[in-house]
Structure formats: structure tokens, C-alpha cells
Design a protein around this ligand. Structure first.
Ligand code: IMP
Length: 422
């Protein structure tokens, strides 16, 4: 029986992980975020009520479930406080459920300014970041100059670190980017005020994970973004600044690799991406517009319109290999309800087997007939039309990974569970 389950996006993010994590949380005692920051936007709909989470693990709406933010996450204190307060107003006891690793690198106000200044400087070649300071925060981490959550326990030490960081970043902002600089005292005061509010939740997350294991409890590891936004395995440089793939669940939390029991890949029934970069199956005409409209494809964090296209089985095969998916969950299947024909990219022209090169690749498609009826809210395999079943079966055979769940709408109830995960 699976104990530790990793849930990951297998495309470019926005696959609908939030809903699935929320649903699977019924089977676990804890949920762990292990990478990314508040660039993520996880939308949950429970009893018709919509909640968008950016930093908090999607299990937070379940009473008594321990939610952990692992060392791999970059933490914006103002954003975290804001998110906690919104949920508290809805009656969620966030503070008693949430534990935050002291090793989290902080996203500071100057990181946001640097993110925006860099994008402006890149001009046409911009990455299309979420503008949340995520890249610069990870840069500081790798450069070994980050201010980490634990540093706030010692105000004098924090003061020294802040001074060093500001000297450096203010110099870059002023002289290289010709941008405004930051005031030491203001950041110092604001950060320590936030620390008073949030430090009570600091914890040794690897130790907590180990304690869960010893008790025989189950944990969910909740990925943010998606496989092809991975800093190493994604469409570099059009990626995010963390590892979004399966190995990161271990390095970003302190879970030992031998204890991963199941890796669930979440994929849309088609493909979307926000921001710049390669996207072989992108549809720029009316079909793409139809997917945007039918799928409500606007970013949960930035509100940007997502680029849309057909399902790319070549890319997905790569995602399945890198992440060693045990099973797949296909989401937003109902968005394809009205299409006469549905295409699947089964190869790329000229024998290309990936899209990492500088030259764009062109997909070779296989066509399948659409099912042309509403499957919105369908919750059992038996109720699916044969053509929808055929679409799922074809994808399964192309990827050689079982589809274990299908999502047909935003609510928890709109789900077909084909195989148990826990
Ligand atoms: P950053 O993570 O803000 O640095 O943005 C880098 C790239 O990742 C951009 O293309 C963003 O649009 C994309 N990205 C970051 N977070 C998400 C997400 O949660 N969903 C989808 N794309 C994302």
C-alpha cells in the first residue's frame, strides 16, 4: 500500500493538481509542498466555493491534516500571512495545521524588483515570469547568501544578512537596472513584524516526515508548476527556477528517496502553457481560442491568458520517464466535449524526439473522433461515452502508464477513480 505519494504536473503547470491533492488528502495525515513559491496557483472548488492557494499546501482545507512547507520552497512572508488570514476568515485553523521549514529561503521585496527589472531588460526575449521574485530568490539560495526563515530567530544575525544583501542588490538595481533601491530600516522592521506573526510555525520538517513514517501514516507531496518548467529538464531558459520533477520531492522536503511509494502525474486532456518558450502543439487560431474559452484558461496567479494546444504524447512520454510516473490523472476531459476531431501528437517531424533544440519542432498528429456530448461531472467509467474511453485508452497505450483517475469538472465529486492510489 502506498504511503508516500508524490503528485506532479506533467506538462507546463496548471494541470489541476490542487483539486487532486485536495481530493487525495482524505487518505493522508499530511501534505508537503517541496518547491516553488507563490508563483503557483492551485484552485480548489469545494461545495461550489472557490479557493485559490499559492503557498499553502492544498490539503489545508482538511481539518487535522498536517500541512508542511519544505526547505525547497521559497517563502514570501507577506504573501503567506495574507493567505493565512483569508483562510482564517473562512474558519480554517491554518496556524495549528501548518509547519514551515526553517531552511526555506525567503523571497524579499528586492527579489520582486529584480524579477521585474530583469524581464524588462530581456525585452523580446522575456521569460514571462509571474513577477513574484521567485528566480532571484532561488539565485540567492544557490549563491549562498539567502536569508532563510530560521535566520529571523536572531534579529542581529538577520540584520547583518539583510545589510549584506541590500548592499549587493541595491547596487545592481541602481547601477545595472537603473531601478529604485530599497530602504534597509523599512525592510528590517516589516520583516521582523511578519516574523513575530509567522515564526511560531517554524519546524524541523524532515523530522516531522520521519515521525509520520514511523507511525505508519501516509503523506502527499504536492508539486507546483510542471515538468517542462523544471530548471534542468524543462524548456530552458523558459522555465521556473526550481526542480519541478519527482526527485525534488525528496530534496525539497527531506524525504528519503527509498520512501517514495507512488508518483502520480497530472495531465490535462490537452496542453497549456503560460509565459514564453517552445510549445510544439500550440494552436494559435480558432481552435486555440476555443480551448481558452471552454477551459477558462487564464492563470490563477497572474490572470494571464494561457497558450493552448493538443495533447503532446511525445512530451508526455518524456515526462513519464523523468518522473517515473506510477499512474496518471487526466483532468479537464470535459473541455473536449464539443470537438468533432481531437488530435494527439504522436511524433515530431524529422525524427526529433524532444523540443529542447533551438529549432522549433513540428508535431505529427493522429486524429481521433470527438465524443460530442457532455461528460461534465461524470463520475464513473461506465458513464463515459465509448469515444472518450477510446481517447483515454489510446493515450495510455502511447505512454505505457495507466490512467488511474479522470477529472470531469472542478468539484471534488467530478472525478472518476479507476484504480486506488492509497
Ligand atoms: P517564475 O516561476 O515566476 O520565475 O516564471 C517562470 C515561468 O514559469 C514562466 O513561464 C511562468 O509563467 C511559469 N510559471 C510559474 N509558475 C507557474 C504556475 O504555477 N503555473 C504555470 N506556469 C507557471
Amino acid at each position: 500500500m502506498a504511503k508516500n505519494v508524490v503528485v506532479l504536473g506533467s506538462q507546463w503547470g496548471d494541470e489541476g493538481k490542487g483539486k487532486i491533492v485536495d481530493l487525495l488528502t482524505e487518505c493522508v495525515q499530511g501534505v508537503v509542498r517541496f518547491q516553488g513559491g507563490h508563483n503557483a496557483g492551485h484552485t480548489l472548488v469545494v461545495n461550489g466555493e472557490k479557493t485559490i492557494l499559492h503557498l499553502l499546501p492544498s490539503g489545508i482545507l482538511h481539518k487535522g491534516v498536517e500541512c508542511m512547507i519544505g526547505n525547497g520552497v521559497v517563502l514570501s512572508l507577506p504573501e503567506l500571512k495574507k493567505e493565512i488570514e483569508v483562510l482564517e476568515q473562512q474558519g480554517v485553523a491554518v496556524r495549528s495545521q501548518l509547519k514551515i521549514s526553517g531552511a526555506c529561503a525567503l523571497v524579499m521585496p528586492y527579489h520582486v524588483a529584480l524579477d521585474l527589472a530583469r524581464e524588462t531588460k530581456r525585452g523580446q526575449r522575456l521569460i514571462g515570469t509571474t513577477g513574484r521574485g521567485i528566480g532571484p530568490a532561488y539565485e540567492d539560495k544557490v549563491a549562498r547568501r539567502s536569508i532563510r526563515f530560521t535566520d529571523l530567530l536572531d534579529p542581529e544575525h538577520f540584520s547583518d544578512l539583510l545589510q549584506e544583501n541590500l548592499d549587493y542588490h541595491n547596487f545592481m538595481l541602481k547601477n545595472y537596472f537603473m531601478a529604485s533601491i530599497f530602504d534597509y530600516t523599512q525592510i528590517y522592521d516589516e520583516t521582523l513584524a511578519l516574523a513575530d506573526n509567522l515564526l511560531p510555525m517554524i519546524a524541523d520538517v524532515p523530522l516531522l516526515i520521519s515521525a509520520h513514517r514511523e507511525k505508519g501514516y501516509s503523506l502527499l507531496f504536492e508539486g507546483a508548476q510542471g515538468t517542462f518548467l523544471d530548471i534542468d529538464h524543462g524548456t530552458y531558459p523558459y522555465v521556473t527556477s526550481s526542480n519541478t520533477t519527482a526527485g525534488s520531492a525528496c530534496t525539497g522536503s527531506g524525504l528519503g528517496p527509498r520512501y517514495v511509494d507512488y508518483v502520480l502525474g497530472i495531465t490535462k486532456a490537452y496542453t497549456t502553457r503560460v509565459g514564453s518558450g517552445p510549445f510544439p502543439t500550440e494552436l494559435t487560431g480558432p481552435l486555440g481560442d476555443a480551448l481558452v474559452e471552454l477551459g477558462h484558461e487564464f492563470g490563477a496567479t497572474t490572470g494571464r491568458k494561457r497558450r493552448c494546444g493538443w495533447f503532446d504524447a511525445v512530451a508526455m512520454k518524456r515526462a513519464a520517464q523523468i518522473n517515473s510516473f506510477s499512474g496518471l490523472c487526466m483532468t479537464k476531459m470535459d473541455v473536449l466535449d464539443t470537438f468533432d476531431t481531437i488530435q494527439i501528437a504522436v511524433a515530431y517531424e524529422k525524427g526529433a524526439d524532444n523540443f529542447y533544440g533551438r529549432a522549433p519542432v513540428k508535431p505529427i498528429y493522429e486524429s481521433m473522433p470527438g465524443w460530442k456530448c457532455s461528460i461534465a461531472g461524470v463520475d464513473s467509467w461506465a458513464k463515459l461515452p465509448d469515444k472518450a474511453k477510446a481517447y483515454l485508452k489510446r493515450i495510455e497505450s502511447l505512454l505505457e502508464v495507466p490512467i488511474v483517475m479522470v477529472s470531469t469538472g472542478p468539484d471534488r465529486k467530478h472525478t472518476i477513480q479507476l484504480e486506488p492510489i492509497f
